[in-house]
Design a protein around this ligand. Structure first.
Ligand code: ST9
Ligand code: ZN
Ligand code: ZN
Length: 352
């Protein structure tokens, strides 16, 4: 079944929007059926092992590893995180900006270190997550609960609705990129090298770390940590937080998640305006390292055509569908408390 306006449950690109303030013409619905789950025991066993190994790695991180190994694990976390946020998410899934090939190569390397499957498959699932948000065709449908949207969805077969509706997704832009095709074609070779082998070899050979510390800290602990941070966007940020932009959907503004997810926790904004390269409203850049990263490459000319949403559209949307938690629009806003007005310092005051 091809996607059409009547079965969409969320916008993905501007072209999906049907109102002047960029919403769907029909209200979003939340839905999950009671179909029995088909467990995938291979994944259950592998994820159980990963998390046990990561707990041990966390202990070694604190009490045994060399400081160089800890810093290296942190650098890998940021690099692989950017491969997801700036790469798979904002560039490939949402087309919210464009990148010249050297930046795409950097991002695809970072993305392979993250091992969240090929960027092509990641973007395919993520496009479904936005278009059919919180229905059976959403891979990590949050209406199935915290556990399912966090990790449970990777432990069972996908819902037939997802596979059916997914046939209508347009992925031609992604398949047109030879860099993405190369990553997908050689994924089973490149991914183990980037996510497990390289992170283990570097500490052992460059600063004499033990094999155990290198593997459990820089590979297993770092990998499981970033996976869980990513999954928190699907679970926690679809459950807890304010909804200043659209109160009819589950995605919420979750600052704690944004802090760890390199700026990806402003999820009510993101589901309302998914094509905005900042995934957050202007002013939230303090927690948005990914936006600073893209802006840096923007200055070099490697990132370009960054899309964002005008303040007027955001303001109209906040007024129409927000839950009233949006911060003040500026000086003189009717919600501004009198004590803040009294306490404000005015430089060079002049009555006019
Ligand atoms: C991982 C991914 O963890 C995490 C993604 C999280 C996304 C978060 C988004 C949040 C916003 C961004 C914030 C980023 C923050 C980052 C912070 C960083 C500091 N459309 O999948 P299969 C069809 S991965 C269309 O095998 P099963 C298709 O025909 C972890 N069609 O389904 C396909 O065949 P093919 C490591 C679709 O058999 C066929 O179905 N990876 C779609 O039900 C079979 O597909 C793993 O652990 C679609 N969307 O198995 C692997 N999907 O592919 C986990 C499927 O040939 N995955 N089709 O075209 C699996 O093992 C399996 O997918 C499964 C389902 C068991 C879950
Ligand atoms: Zn979401
Ligand atoms: Zn998204």
């Amino acid at each position: 079944m091809a996607p059409n306006a009547s079965d969409l449950n969320g916008v993905l690109f501007e072209t999906d929007a049907g109102t002047p303030d960029m919403a769907l013409p029909t209200p979003a619905r939340q839905q999950a059926d009671n179909r029995p789950k088909q467990y995938v025991w291979r994944n259950i066993i592998l994820f159980a092992y990963l998390h046990l190994a990561a707990l041990y790695g966390g202990y070694l991180f604190l009490f045994s590893a060399k400081w160089q190994t800890d810093i290296f694990a942190y650098i890998l976390y940021v690099m692989s995180g950017l491969g997801i946020t700036a790469g798979a998410h904002r560039l490939w899934a949402h087309k919210s900006y464009k990148a010249k090939w050297p930046l795409r190569v950097i991002l695809v390397i970072f993305n392979t270190i993250a091992f969240q499957d090929s960027a092509l498959d990641w973007a395919r699932d993520h496009r479904m997550h936005h278009k059919y948000s919180e229905t059976d065709a959403d891979p990590h449908n949050a209406t199935r609960g915290f556990f399912f949207s966090h990790i449970g969805w990777l432990l069972v077969r996908k819902h037939p609705d997802l596979k059916e509706k997914g046939k209508g997704l347009d992925l031609s832009d992604l398949y047109a990129d030879p860099i993405l095709r190369f990553q997908k074609k050689y994924y089973l070779l490149l991914m183990p090298l980037a996510c497990f082998v390289m992170p283990t070899l570097v500490p052992v050979y460059l600063w004499g770390e033990s094999w155990g510390n290198a593997f459990f800290v820089a590979a297993m602990f770092r990998y499981a940590f970033i996976l869980n941070v990513t999954w928190l966007v699907n679970s926690a940020a679809h459950k807890w937080g304010d909804k200043p932009y659209d109160k009819s959907i589950k995605p919420s503004e979750n600052m704690s998640v944004a802090l760890f997810a390199l700026g990806e926790g402003f999820h009510n904004y993101h589901h309302t305006f998914p094509w905005d390269y900042k995934t957050a409203e202007l002013g939230n850049n303090r927690l948005n390292f990914t936006t600073s990263f893209i802006n840096f490459f923007g200055k070099l000319g490697w990132a370009y055509d960054m899309k964002t949403v005008s303040e007027e559209i955001v303001q109209n949307r906040v007024k129409r569908t927000g839950d009233g938690t949006h911060y003040l629009w500026g000086w003189g806003d009717s919600k501004m408390p009198q004590e803040d007005i009294n306490a404000a310092i005015t430089i060079n005051p002049k009555d006019d």
